[in-house]
Design a protein around this ligand. Structure first.
Ligand code: ASP
Length: 594
């Protein structure tokens, strides 16, 4: 028998039992007359003890050969420890070893299997099986598993059925490039891997399934950022005969259930904010509401005051934020540092204006040449600023300035410790625009995806040719944001063939292209498509946000690196000529172009 117990199981009440354990050697400590081994498995660590007086010499000798990560099986008796360790649940006992079996030796691992490992990212990825032995990563994977199980419980309990949709499909546009797979049986033709199961779940609604969900892999060939993976997982859902309100309520319920069952956290209310307000007040469509600092726009007062400061007076937007109580502590050096920060190309502001309302009533500012104290006090009133507060103001083009100020707000939130650990602030952002104008390509793109329905009141306006009117179209589209991270998004869909065709037209599809790519969906709409809508949550991100971490990689068992490579199996990789020939692929051009 390999084991009677796991390495996380034995307690003081088990003293006297004869047991058998199996696991990995975390470390050994040899004091000569006494030898300890920390034995580890998924469930915990149990200390083994051997000593010169009681342990047969041969056994002690064998134990001295053990190295890190060797796999062993031991038999022995549970005894009370002389010096207890209150940091681990098994810390009151140890096992007096009477027999030891080496099940497998191990090379010395290339990094330590401990929380603060010395392994760099790529090394840990290459030896992911060792990295996954570390407690933190393992806990993350267990957490992910629990989250998936709770998701299934909640949705199944609400009448959803889980349906698998295919992975070898035709393009589903979610705004990224497709991964394609050549078809051997259909020379010269390719499948696309799904960017999402969007069209299939809509078809399931036409089929009358009413409530669908799937925890599903999606594939998007995008340039990778720290928080992106070419394949990632969604909790994907669709419902029939629902309004936006029904969907928001259902998924607020799911989110509450997940926080409650996995973290025992009762979430606060889920306020709603429309997209325009989110941009106007926070410069982002995913505002972090864990702290305030809403934007205040100064254009009107700047115009009234008209002191001749052209940087402000000619700007499309002058807006700022107020940091409470920092005026006296915020030094010249801090200001310079922050100014450099906003001027970095990633942020791109031209400069940063500050106003300090000092405790003694004096005012310090970088624009004192233009604005006297009375004028600045009038600004302060708009912000509700009190003595001790400090304003930071940016100006320039509307969209850019909002974005920059949004970044500045987050930076100050982090630097000034305004974000309390363990605080969760959910938010529904609603009323997204239907279309987004792309200056470079000179055409509209769907803000969410091409199947999103405009608001009923805006359907008429879709018939217009006027770009300004089209830009103003609102969609029944919504995002769930928690702590500034987009957890998920969805929309009410178009379920009418004519309206869907109109939308494709606005997005630049010819009728032939629309028919070729989405004829099946347009066709299905002619056979009794019910009104429907849905949502998808980014499952990897949801795991990370719940655990208060920033990297989704730490929640994926076998993630890819920034170049989209799997370092362990070394993929992507070349394939041999025969395979290419079978697929009618000729790589001559790539080879010579390398
Ligand atoms: N398919 C969408 C996405 O992947 C979600 C949805 O609209 O339900 O973002």
């Amino acid at each position: 028998m390999y084991r009677t117990h796991t390495c996380g199981e034995l307690r003081i009440s088990d003293v006297g039992k004869k047991v058998s354990l199996s696991g990995w050697v975390q470390r050994t400590r040899d004091k000569g007359f006494m030898l300890w081994v920390d034995l580890r498995d998924r469930y915990g660590i149990t200390q083994l003890i051997l000593n010169e007086e009681e342990t047969p010499a041969e056994l002690l000798e064998k134990a001295r050969t053990l190295g890190r990560e060797w796999v062993i099986q031991v038999e022995g008796e549970v005894i009370e420890r002389a010096s207890k360790n209150d940091k681990i649940p098994t810390g009151e006992i140890e096992i007096k070893v009477t027999a030891l079996n080496v099940l497998n030796a191990s090379k010395v691992p290339p990094f330590t299997i401990e929380e603060d490992t010395d392994g760099g990212d790529d090394l840990r990825m290459k030896y992911r099986y060792l990295d996954l032995r570390r407690e933190g990563v393992r806990e993350n994977m267990i957490f992910r598993s629990n989250l998936a199980i709770e998701t299934r419980k909640y949705l199944a309990g609400s009448g959803f059925i889980e349906v698998e949709t295919p992975n070898l499909i035709k393009s589903t546009p979610e705004g990224a490039r497709d991964f394609v797979v050549p078809s051997r049986l259909n020379p010269g033709q390719f499948y696309a891997l799904p960017q999402s199961p969007q069209t299939f779940k809509q078809i399931l609604m036409v089929a009358g399934f009413d409530k669908y969900f799937q925890i599903v892999k999606c594939f998007r060939d995008e340039d990778l950022r720290a928080d992106r993976q070419p394949e990632f997982t969604q909790i994907d859902c669709e419902m029939s005969f629902v309004t936006q309100e029904d969907i928001l309520n259902t998924f607020e319920g799911l989110t509450r259930h997940l926080f409650k069952t996995t973290l025992d956290v009762e979430l606060p209310s889920f306020p709603r904010m429309n997209y325009d307000d989110a941009l106007r007040l926070y410069g982002s469509d995913k505002p972090d509401l864990r702290f305030g600092m809403e934007f205040v726009e100064l254009n009107d007062i700047i115009k009234e005051q008209a002191v001749g400061f052209s940087v402000f007076e000619s700007a499309e937007l002058v807006a700022g934020i107020c940091a409470k109580g920092i005026a006296s502590a915020y030094s010249r050096k801090d200001i310079d540092k922050l100014t450099d920060w906003v001027k970095r190309p990633q942020i791109g502001a031209k400069g940063l204006v500050y106003v300090k309302f000092e405790e003694d009533g004096s005012i310090k500012t970088s624009v004192g040449k233009f604005y006297n104290d009375d004028l600045l006090k009038a600004w302060g009133e708009l912000f509700g600023a009190e003595k001790g507060d400090m304003l930071f103001i940016l100006s320039g083009e509307l969209d850019k300035t909002r974005k920059q100020l949004g970044e500045l707000r987050l930076e100050l939130g982090r630097n000034l410790d305004l974000i309390k650990p363990g605080d969760y602030k959910p938010l529904w952002v609603v009323d997204f625009p239907l279309l987004e104008w792309d200056e470079d390509e000179n055409r509209f793109f769907a803000m969410h995806h091409p199947f999103t329905s405009p608001k009923k009141a805006d359907i008429e306006k879709m018939m217009s040719d006027d770009h300004e009117i089209l830009k103003g179209l609102r969609a029944d589209a919504y995002d769930l944001v928690i702590n500034g991270a987009e957890i998920g998004g969805g929309s009410i869909r178009i379920h009418d063939r004519a309206l869907q065709s109109k939308n494709f037209k606005l997005l630049g599809f010819t009728p032939e292209e629309a028919e070729e790519q989405f004829g099946f969906l347009l066709g299905a709409f002619e056979y009794g498509a019910p009104p429907h809508g849905g949502i998808a949550f980014g499952f990897d991100r949801l795991c990370a946000v719940l655990k208060g971490q920033t990297s989704i990689r730490d929640f994926i068992a076998f993630p890819k690196n920034n170049m989209g490579r799997d370092m362990m199996i070394d993929a992507p990789a070349n394939v041999d000529k025969k395979q290419l020939d079978e697929l009618y692929l000729d790589l001559k051009e790539i080879k010579s172009g390398e």
